[in-house]
Design a protein around this ligand. Structure first.
Ligand code: IMP
Ligand code: MG
Length: 196
């Protein structure tokens, strides 16, 4: 990773990036989300369901924060269960309104308190399709937690109960988010501004 002095631009893995959300800002966001989730569910055993691959890094940090607790506000450690699923993407395709599971959810969710964990809410098609499918399996409750929300891009009305931050309509990478499978391991969130 190479930083061009004074420009705020970084070169990594063949791309030129501009930092949008720093590692520390991400840490604070994740902690706030964990505070909120604990406030709502502290007496229940929740199941966090991460949408692969993008939400992987976020889910791991979120579950670790819930397990750590937050001494500053007296939040005790909270146990959670986790699972993952992977769905087909709508990108560059006409939406059929059906989300196809590539890797299905193996945990039984009937009567469970489930929180779907997603990296970014864009048009909303993926999450609204998933919510419909999972609701059919009769969870006790079903909510959505996203790290980032591009509200201006919404095509399907959907709101995440838990949201880290709203961002402008820019293509972002890092912290699990990719551009053609690259840049997922950038430790902060950046905007792609060019290729090298
Ligand atoms: P939606 O169904 O349009 O809401 O798409 C959500 C999915 O699109 C996310 O799970 C991401 O995989 C992908 N996506 C949307 N915006 C971005 C972005 O800015 N960077 C990387 N992936 C994105
Ligand atoms: Mg994704």
């Amino acid at each position: 990773m190479k930083e061009a002095p004074g420009t705020g631009q970084v070169e990594f893995d063949g791309y030129v990036l501009e930092k949008l959300v720093s590692e520390n800002e991400i840490r604070v966001m994740v902690q706030c989300l964990a505070d909120e989730i604990h406030g709502d569910y502290h007496d229940r055993q929740i199941l966090l369901v991460g949408i692969l691959k993008g939400a992987n890094v976020f889910l791991v940090d979120l579950m670790r924060d819930l397990g750590r607790g937050n001494p500053e506000i007296g939040r005790p450690p909270m146990p959670v269960e986790i699972d993952f699923m992977q769905v087909s993407s709508y990108k560059n395709e006409k939406s059929t309104g059906v989300v196809q599971e590539i890797l299905g959810l193996r945990t039984e969710i009937s009567d469970r308190d489930v929180i779907l964990v997603e990296d970014i809410l864009d048009t909303g098609k993926t999450l609204s399709g998933l919510l419909q499918q999972l609701a059919g399996r009769h969870p006790a409750s079903l909510e959505v937690c996203v790290l980032l929300d591009k509200q201006d891009r919404r095509e399907v009305p959907i709101d995440a109960k838990y949201c880290g931050m709203a961002i402008p309509d820019k293509f972002v990478v890092g912290y699990g988010l990719d551009v053609n499978e690259h840049l997922r391991n950038l430790p902060y969130i950046g905007v792609v501004i060019g290729r090298i």
